[in-house]
Design a protein around this ligand. Structure first.
Ligand code: SF4
Length: 448
């Protein structure tokens, strides 16, 4: 990638009482270079800012250039946030996976919804999964030199022909060589396997998990953990995509198979190592494993143990925060995906024991995606409109923010929170975590 394609980094937030606010940085300023180097991304920015003396070239909102000198301790953060983590171009995906969620969206939406990224920098910064099929020599070198570890790798299958078939990319079959590359450099990955029945299940799944387990050894295990996830299909999937949905029977079969491997891994590796996403249990209609099963939740972002963890955290926080009574009385609708309807009942009972507080859980499936079992994060604005319109919704709607796009008050189908509020006639309150859920429920300033 040439230096020319790097854009000055646009500042969107200056943290109060930070070095940057003292120096006089303002939202809208742009950093061109730090000590003569133009940062490509947040990784470069953080690396360059580790110096004690910084000379920055900054463009103000009028486009005028300024030289700013800062002296600080090497580990002091400047206190700036940027429009994006990448100041050059996103590295795009070069695969054609039949199960790709981007291809399973309806046509005619905003162009950015169809953008397929496969960028190791986002993997390092935010834990998104990448395939390693599009890295140039220069990027491999950067991973090594900057020790960008752990990365999150979509392995799916370790047999070259099976992975080539899944990613529809002849470069995909190099995965074992690539894992050896990480091993030699003592760099780590977390892996995921999206199970597509009839393609990478059964003996292939077993082969994959055993191969990956062979990289879990030593002080710095190359493969730290694996998440086994069921393929998600929507009604917009392309015809002739050779995929089969995961049935309850298939889910039960995979649970049994992986559990038996987990027993072996616990004996030989001292860890469960390969983790089943919560969705398998929801599809199979089986109980989730207990909290004690999940060790330090290495694959939480992949929906492994997230329900158990949510319930546990609720208990811990509710113990100290939930009062006997709230005033003024208030009624809320809490909207979630129907996948968690049963699991969330204990939370609901506890909230409703607070005098003056009434919380009604509305658990929806997604007609938009055409899924009978839906995780909360996939519900769209249209699903909420269909599912909530005409109901008595109380004073407010509690809206899990996982339904919204990162940093935007907008659902996956592009409907905005403001549009939905307008149509439903009841304010929606985005809820990021349990603390916020409880605080919103008991907040005396909520004027109902
Ligand atoms: S690697 Fe990811 S983005 Fe690319 S085609 Fe496969 S699923 Fe889609």
């Amino acid at each position: 990638m040439s230096e020319v394609s790097i854009r000055p980094a646009l500042i969107t937030k200056v943290l109060p009482d930070s070095i940057a606010s003292e120096v006089g940085f303002e939202v809208g300023d742009r950093i061109v270079s730090i000590n003569g180097q133009r940062p490509r991304d947040l990784i470069d920015y953080q690396f360059l800012c580790a110096d004690e003396v910084l000379e920055l070239e900054v463009l103000d909102t009028a486009g005028k250039s300024h030289q700013v000198e800062i002296e600080k301790d090497y580990d002091d953060d400047l206190g700036l946030e940027f429009e994006t983590a990448l100041f050059d171009n996103l590295i795009q995906c070069n695969n054609r996976c039949p199960f790709c969620f981007i291809d399973q969206q309806p046509p005619g939406k905003r162009q950015s919804l169809y953008f397929k990224d496969d960028d190791y920098r986002l993997s390092f910064l935010y834990g998104s999964y990448l395939t390693l099929t599009n890295l140039t020599q220069r990027e491999w070198q950067r991973i090594e030199q900057m020790r960008l570890s752990p990365l999150y790798v979509s392995v799916h299958a370790t047999e070259a022909d099976v992975r080539n078939r899944l990613l529809k990319n002849p470069r995909a079959g190099q995965i074992l060589e690539q894992l050896r590359w990480f091993q030699k450099r003592r760099l780590q990955i977390h892996a995921q396997v999206v199970v597509c029945p009839g393609i990478n299940d059964g003996v292939h799944l077993e082969r994959t998990l055993l191969d990956l387990a062979s990289f879990h050894k030593g002080e710095v295990p190359t493969v730290a953990s694996v998440a086994v996830v069921p393929v998600g299909l929507t009604r917009f999937r392309p015809a002739e995509d050779e995929l089969t949905p995961v049935t309850p029977e298939k889910a039960a079969e995979v649970i049994k198979q992986v559990r038996s491997l987990q027993d072996k891994f616990r004996d030989s590796l001292g860890t469960t190592f390969a983790w089943l996403a919560d969705e398998w249990f929801l599809i199979a209609g089986e109980d989730l494993p207990p909290t004690s099963h999940y060790e330090d939740y290495p694959q939480l972002g992949n929906g492994v143990g997230s329900i158990r963890r949510f319930l546990k955290e609720f208990q811990e926080i509710a113990k100290n925060k939930l009062p006997q009574k709230v005033s003024p009385p208030r009624r809320f609708t809490w909207v979630v995906g129907n996948a968690v309807e049963v699991a969330f009942q204990p939370i609901l009972r506890q909230l409703n024991q607070v005098a003056g507080l009434e919380v009604n859980l509305v658990a929806l499936a997604s007609n938009y995606w055409g899924q009978s079992i839906t995780v909360t994060g996939l519900l769209t604005g249209q699903d909420l409109l269909e599912g909530l319109q005409g109901r008595d919704l109380g004073d407010r709607i509690l809206l899990p923010s996982v339904m919204l796009k990162h940093d935007e008050a907008r659902f996956l189908d592009d409907i905005t929170v403001a549009e939905l509020t307008n149509q439903l006639g009841v304010p929606l309150l985005p809820i990021t975590d349990i603390e916020e859920l409880i605080e919103t429920c008991i907040n005396p300033e909520i004027n109902c």
